[in-house]
Design a protein around this ligand. Structure first.
Ligand SMILES: Cc1cc2nc3c(=O)[nH]c(=O)nc-3n(C[C@H](O)[C@H](O)[C@H](O)COP(=O)(O)OP(=O)(O)OC[C@H]3O[C@@H](n4cnc5c(N)ncnc54)[C@H](O)[C@@H]3O)c2cc1C
Ligand SMILES: *[C@@H]1O[C@H](CO)[C@@H](O)[C@H](O)[C@H]1NC(C)=O
Ligand SMILES: *[C@@H]1O[C@H](CO)[C@@H](O)[C@H](O)[C@H]1NC(C)=O
Ligand SMILES: *[C@@H]1O[C@H](CO)[C@@H](O)[C@H](O)[C@H]1NC(C)=O
Ligand SMILES: *[C@@H]1O[C@H](CO)[C@@H](O)[C@H](O)[C@H]1NC(C)=O
Ligand SMILES: *[C@@H]1O[C@H](CO)[C@@H](O)[C@H](O)[C@H]1NC(C)=O
Ligand SMILES: *[C@@H]1O[C@H](CO)[C@@H](O)[C@H](O)[C@H]1NC(C)=O
Ligand SMILES: *[C@@H]1O[C@H](CO)[C@@H](O)[C@H](O)[C@H]1NC(C)=O
Ligand SMILES: *[C@@H]1O[C@H](CO)[C@@H](O)[C@H](O)[C@H]1NC(C)=O
Ligand SMILES: *[C@@H]1O[C@H](CO)[C@@H](O)[C@H](O)[C@H]1NC(C)=O
Ligand SMILES: *[C@@H]1O[C@H](CO)[C@@H](O)[C@H](O)[C@H]1NC(C)=O
Ligand SMILES: *[C@@H]1O[C@H](CO)[C@@H](O)[C@H](O)[C@H]1NC(C)=O
Ligand SMILES: *[C@@H]1O[C@H](CO)[C@@H](O)[C@H](O)[C@H]1NC(C)=O
Length: 660
């Protein structure tokens, strides 16, 4: 099969999954089809309007001090923090579908036990074929909507190691970020005894925050039953590759076998140990009703920024943005800055369609150059995962609760089995970063036809893995520092034309191969020789007959952590101002200064928290303002998100019960 472009056809072919209910079919296929149709008609109307606006030379209908583009992990934090300065006015928009929960989300009881990424919120991003992996394409689910991809995420909170942060610009070390990692958190170590958490009071205060916007709680999942329980002594064993147990993966040490720390909020009473959790996101945590009701902040969903506007000064200065919503196309003036938070794919794309980027890319897409910035869309990094899948002898070792209500079983300390996360260093490179993370999953992550299926979203994938009739366990191995550097390249000046995603990964190098090889051999050793290993009947993947290299080639997948496509230090300065233009900053995964050996959101949140302080410093706004400036009557009124919608959004677990 020859792929010439990364842009998949919008497909409405039906899934063969018999478990899909009629209701889901309507939601999954008819809604997107209707949206596509509507988008076409809308697009034609918009184009007409857009042309007339261009001719009129942009008459601004509203103005704000700051415009935040995208309300995902980074955008929610910065919108919330900037609007704390009450004399600043802030408009924060997200281009995802309107948040009508009744039409875009699905009854969770219909979803169990399968969960799919497919929804009108998914922009369907796929990569060019990966030469390192049998020319497979990667499907990279994203969530466009309030909260962004952090609505789909597992909420896993892991900070990068001080060692890998030394690759970032010199004033973005782990120590520089530590106050911000703490500022995010309301950490469980403040609420439970050291005997339960293993975290001393001194370390709790040194490394963690209390009363921050996002609760951090450990994960106990009864589903794992004996597989998790029997692993505990191996987890504690200092002779293993991970060097034994680590009570706090975000504390003094970052290597080891630990309990998951996640952005999970406890329902109701913070200290009620029996309370269920729901998934916490930056949107829910930072944009609570008290914040979204601020007179100087306006939040809009279903509002896409199609272009950043610049004047003719040198360097070109951002004067505003063009937005599209269901009413029409409008130009909004910005008095201070445009903050880009569309994520690792959409941020470089918006810069490029606005005329900022590598000259030859823009020329090929016939976009007039506003300012040259070679690094826009370059340096695309990601983590990659390979699964080890084991069949258990007895179903009860893994899934005592199959078929039951999963959300009801996610409990806090001390109920349930512990859920492990392993961060290990193989010693292959003599450095101190995490080479590999391992999670245990109660689903089968394997998706053999993923990359050749013309509609990749149909495939069970990643946390979208399906449960087998015979219980299987996936040890998901995630390589933290793969070698490739890819790029994101637009093909036209239309924001709705998806950019080409090229990971540029031609072969698996000795380090990459070695990390998997060593780990798989050591795990096999445990499987052969321990009580834990005795729970398993068979190694399904890689399988003893398949050479590991062949297996890796065929089974690589993105760990869904794309970053650094407008890399700090290259594409922007260390105050996150995009080079060669003025009044534009980046505040999302694209701003990362290098790779991290951790899941991205803790670092995105900390980066956004720090950027808020940097911006305050730049405008000398450290003190509470003397006068409160309200959005009216200085700017036109317009719809903003209702508090009712906000409250609905709070309990993500209702809609995404299996996201992990
Ligand atoms: C299945 C899955 C599981 C994951 N699990 C974890 C995990 O457990 N822990 C972890 O740390 N990370 C996890 N991640 C990664 C994490 O979700 C992302 O790294 C993070 O959300 C990226 O944040 P961001 O702010 O860069 O972009 P996003 O969160 O993607 O937000 C971008 C937002 O901008 C909007 N937007 C884009 N362009 C425009 C435009 N032109 N106009 C208006 N709005 C626009 C989009 O609609 C979107 O809402 C996971 C990812 C996936 C897919
Ligand atoms: C593992 O270590 C933890 C923390 O030291 C301890 O509480 C637990 O009892 C140990 N478990 C086993 C099986 O050794
Ligand atoms: C929270 O719940 C616990 C357990 O039910 C109870 O002891 C405690 O008083 C409650 N705290 C508050 C602040 O309501
Ligand atoms: C900024 O513009 C100058 C002059 O055109 C160019 O030399 C430089 O490489 C540009 N910077 C980036 C980051 O591309
Ligand atoms: C799992 O653990 C339970 C209780 O600890 C035990 O009764 C059961 O036999 C175990 N099952 C297996 C397959 O080990
Ligand atoms: C599933 O659990 C949730 C949370 O406890 C509960 O609200 C819901 O009614 C349950 N659904 C079913 C089908 O039992
Ligand atoms: C959780 O554990 C506590 C203490 O061991 C126990 O009293 C309680 O019944 C358990 N609750 C559930 C829901 O299992
Ligand atoms: C790794 O950490 C160890 C222990 O802290 C230290 O002795 C060693 O020098 C570090 N190695 C590198 C390459 O930084
Ligand atoms: C993207 O990377 C590929 C592979 O190295 C290269 O061929 C292509 O020219 C790059 N595109 C841009 C715009 O840099
Ligand atoms: C893979 O690891 C095994 C066991 O450690 C070792 O014997 C073998 O040589 C390794 N293979 C390669 C190609 O490094
Ligand atoms: C594990 O046992 C299998 C089957 O007996 C054997 O082929 C394999 O070499 C063993 N592997 C290790 C790492 O001990
Ligand atoms: C980092 O240091 C450079 C050079 O001293 C300075 O210009 C820049 O503002 C600093 N960045 C931050 C975030 O403090
Ligand atoms: C679209 O944006 C314009 C300009 O801000 C605003 O007046 C209008 O109310 C918006 N329409 C919707 C449906 O949000």
């Amino acid at each position: 099969m020859v792929f010439t472009t990364s842009i998949p056809k919008e497909s409405n072919s039906s899934s063969n999954d018999r478990r899909l209910s009629k209701k889901m079919l309507v939601a999954f296929f008819c809604v997107p089809m209707a949206l596509v149709l509507a988008a076409c008609i809308w697009g034609a109307v918009m184009t007409a309007k857009f042309v007339s606006i261009q001719k009129e030379k942009a008459s601004f209908i509203e103005e704000f001090d700051f415009i935040v583009v995208g309300l995902g992990a980074g955008g929610s934090v910065i919108a919330s923090r900037l609007s704390e300065v009450s004399r600043w006015t802030v408009l924060a928009v997200d281009g995802g579908p309107r948040e009508e929960l009744s039409s875009t989300d699905i009854d969770p009881n219909d979803l169990l036990p399968v969960y799919s990424f497919v929804s009108p919120h998914d922009p369907v991003i796929t990569s060019l074929p990966l030469r390192a992996g049998n020319n497979k394409i990667m499907y990279l689910p994203r969530f466009n909507g309030l909260g962004g991809t952090a609505r789909l995420y597992g909420g896993i909170n892991v900070r990068p190691s001080p060692a890998i942060m030394r690759r970032w610009p010199s004033n973005w070390t782990y120590d520089d970020l530590l106050p911000y990692f703490k500022k995010i958190e309301d950490h469980y170590c403040y609420y439970y005894d050291e005997k339960v958490t293993g975290i001393s009071d001194a370390n709790c205060r040194k490394y963690h925050g209390q009363h921050g916007p996002l609760q951090v709680n450990p994960t106990y999942v009864p589903e794992f039953a004996n597989v998790s329980k029997h692993f505990e002594s191996l987890c504690n064993d200092t002779s293993q590759l991970w060097g034994g147990y680590n009570a706090d993966i975000n504390g003094e040490r970052y290597l080891g076998c630990s309990l998951f720390q996640r952005y999970f909020n406890r329902k109701g009473n913070r200290t009620d140990e029996q309370s269920d959790y729901f998934l916490g996101t930056s949107f829910q945590g930072y944009l609570q009703p008290s914040v979204i009701n601020r007179a100087n902040l306006r939040i809009r969903s279903a509002t896409m920024v199609t272009k950043i506007l610049f004047d003719k000064s040198s360097p070109p200065k951002a004067t505003g943005v063009i937005i599209q919503n269901s009413t029409g196309t409008f130009t909004i003036k910005v008095n201070k800055e445009v903050i880009l938070a569309g994520g690792a794919f959409a941020t470089p794309q918006l810069l490029q369609v606005s005329g900022v980027g590598d000259q030859s890319t823009l020329a090929k897409a016939r976009i007039p150059l506003v300012a040259e910035n070679f690094h826009v869309g370059k340096n695309l990094r990601d983590h990659v995962a390979v699964p080890m899948i084991l069949r258990v002898k007895q179903m009860s070792s893994t899934f005592p609760n199959v078929g039951k209500n999963v959300t009801a079983y996610v409990r806090s300390i001390p109920n349930g089995s512990k859920s492990w996360i392993i961060a290990l260093n193989t010693g292959l490179r003599g450095d101190n970063i995490t080479d590999l993370q391992i999670y245990f999953s109660n689903t089968n992550y394997h998706s053999p036809d993923l990359f050749t299926n013309p509609e990749p979203r149909q495939c069970r994938y990643g946390s979208n893995g399906h449960r087998e009739k015979q219980a299987e366990v996936t040890l998901r191995m995630i390589l933290q520092d793969p070698s490739f550097l890819g790029n994101v390249t637009v093909i036209s000046d239309n924001i709705r034309d998806k950019p080409i995603i090229n990971f540029n990964w031609d072969s698996i190098n000795d380090y990459e191969y070695g990390v998997f090889n060593i780990t798989i051999q050591r795990l096999r050793n445990l499987i052969n020789n321990t009580e834990w290993g005795n729970l398993f009947a068979e190694e399904i993947y890689p399988g003893l007959d398949t050479p590991i290299k062949t297996f890796i080639d065929g089974h690589l997948e993105s760990a869904l952590h794309p970053i650094s496509t407008c890399q700090m230090g290259l594409c922007s300065d260390t105050r996150l101002r995009v080079f060669n233009i003025s009044q534009v900053r980046v505040c999302d995964a694209s701003a990362f200064g290098e790779q991290i050996d951790a899941n991205p959101t803790a670092t995105i949140f900390a980066l956004a928290e720090r950027l808020a302080d940097i911006i305050r410093e730049d405008y000398n706004e450290f003190h509470e303002p003397l006068q409160v400036r309200s959005l009216t009557p200085h700017v036109a009124t317009g719809p903003t998100i209702s508090v009712t919608s906000m409250n609905h959004l709070k309990d993500y677990s209702k809609f995404f019960p299996d996201a992990a």
